[in-house]
Design a protein around this ligand. Structure first.
Ligand SMILES: Nc1nc2c(ncn2[C@@H]2O[C@H](COP(=O)(O)OP(=O)(O)OP(=O)(O)O)[C@@H](O)[C@H]2O)c(=O)[nH]1
Ligand SMILES: [Mg+2]
Length: 247
């Protein structure tokens, strides 16, 4: 599947929540560089990398560093608590790829494999809740090694300031970037479980079950977010092109 999901709604937001003054005060009292205490990271990696070929892209080497390690290293700028969602058979290789990473890492294995990214997000968010008890989680796909932590911070602030259950970027073409987003842990975990029981199993169907805010793609330019943040390396060709850039 594509990392983006087509929006079913043309509204820019379904949030009717107002800004949370207490959350603002709380944020201002903390040093800017400290990881957000209410934010965990969730890396989803349970897909089969079919476009990538015979290798698991999560642990594929990108200029000397496994792709998933690059993601976790970037998450370390915004959180000290990460959950990695994958299948049982991936766990050993991923754990090896992440050895010595700064955040605490917990694995959340798919109880049933191949149920799509909504299952991965749901399983991962349940683990975020149980293990870390954090109110929000930023979800990032394992094949997005250029994820910009500043964007994750911005999405977290937007969700929290609006007292919303999530914040996602709406791309210029209308698609929502659901695999590099921030969700409130409990309601989104519930939404994923409900979505899995319904006919429409896209991530955006889970999103529509919660009270989210959108951030327009053009805002990212003003906020100086890295252009490559949403780049998803789904093929060997894409990986090689990215590696050439990094040389
Ligand atoms: N847990 C879980 N995660 C999934 C599943 N399918 C996709 N994902 C994850 O969702 C993210 C976006 O999916 P894709 O980029 O399409 O990855 P993929 O499905 O492994 O790749 P393709 O087979 O080439 O489509 C990736 O981080 C995947 O690991 C799944 O069935 N279960
Ligand atoms: Mg992808």
């Amino acid at each position: 599947m594509s990392p983006s999901d087509r929006s079913r709604s043309d509204s820019s937001s379904n949030s009717n929540a107002s800004a949370d003054a207490d959350a603002d005060t709380d944020r201002e009292s903390k040093p800017e560089s400290a990881p957000a205490p209410d934010l965990a990271g969730l890396v989803i990696a349970g897909g089969y990398s079919t476009r990538f070929g015979d290798e698991d892209k999560a642990v594929a080497d990108l200029a000397g560093t496994p792709m998933i390690r690059r993601v976790v290293d970037r998450l370390a700028a915004v959180t000290d608590a990460v959950v990695v969602n994958c299948r049982e058979d991936q766990r050993g290789a991923i754990a090896a790829a992440l050895e010595g990473c700064a955040p605490t890492i917990e694995f959340a294995l798919d109880p049933v494999e191949d149920r799509g990214p909504v299952a991965g997000i749901g399983t991962g968010l349940e683990a975020v809740d149980e293990t870390y008890g954090r109110e929000f989680a930023t979800v990032v796909a394992c094949d997005m090694p250029f994820v910009d932590p500043d964007l994750l911070e911005l999405l977290f602030e937007r969700a929290r300031d609006a007292d919303a259950d999530g914040a996602v970027v709406q791309l210029e073409d209308g698609w929502y970037q659901t695999t590099q987003a921030v969700y409130r842990t409990e309601p989104m975990a519930r939404a994923c479980a409900e979505t899995l029981e319904s006919d429409d199993k896209r991530i955006v169907a889970a999103l529509e079950r919660v009270d989210y805010v959108t951030v327009a793609e053009k805002v990212l330019e003003d906020a100086d977010v890295d252009d490559a943040t949403f780049e998803s390396l789904d093929t060997k060709e894409a990986l090689e092109a990215a590696a050439t850039r990094l040389e």
